[in-house]
Design a protein around this ligand. Sequence first.
Ligand SMILES: [Zn+2]
Length: 267
Amino acid sequence: MANEPHSLRVEGVVLSHREMGEADRLLVIYTREHGKLRAIAKGVRKLHSRKAGHLQPFSRAKIMLARGRDLWIVTQAEVIDASLLLQENLESMAYALYVIELLDRFTYEEGANPALYQLLVKTLHRLAEAAQPEMVLRFYDLRLLDLMGFRPQLFNCVGCGNVIKAEDQYFSAVQGGVLCPRCGHDTASAQPVSMHALKYLRHFQRSRYEAAMRAPYHPGILKEMDQVLQYYFLFLLERHLNTPGFIHRVQHEHPEPDQGLGDSTEK
Ligand SMILES: [Zn+2]
């Protein structure tokens, strides 16, 4: 502990918070400089707390931390990006929660990953602007896999090594990529993936964001991509994510505004 600094100045996005004791809050923050950190914001639930009362999930802020006995303590916080907080409806909120959950599940308190921090910030902005949030999410899935070292092999069969042809294939989570029909047929754990979904997965994997978003919007293909990626995530994380179910409910049940989370505004 002797070599560790007594204070840190960081920029970060709040991933989650939970109440602690009478007035404090435990925050999980993904920072640009040090990766994931946990910190206590003291007295935030008292009225007019200036330090950290505005540190809500999705807020991007400059934060000063002091070393406490066990955890970092927030001593100052300045929100620099309030636009990430403007989750106007339940559906946008569900998409943003997905982004945060996926990053949270893949990361530990293991140090900085500036590229991942950039991806997080950019994705939250893209969700606020994009016409097709599901396209943004699938692009995010593939980039996150790259940055976590789990880039799926989509161009050669992970069984025999042959170049994948334009036909329906299989995807193996265990082997981390596509299996040709011949190899996939004999692999019980492999999941079928159509030629169209594979085309989109490849396009998203090797394109820059703007180019990826020019692909025609196709709900059926996006749904299949989602299924393949969730199957891969389930294998890598060894448990289901919570937010895809929430997204599904929000998309299909169209809850009334006053049944949403917290305040809602009529449009
Ligand atoms: Zn093969």
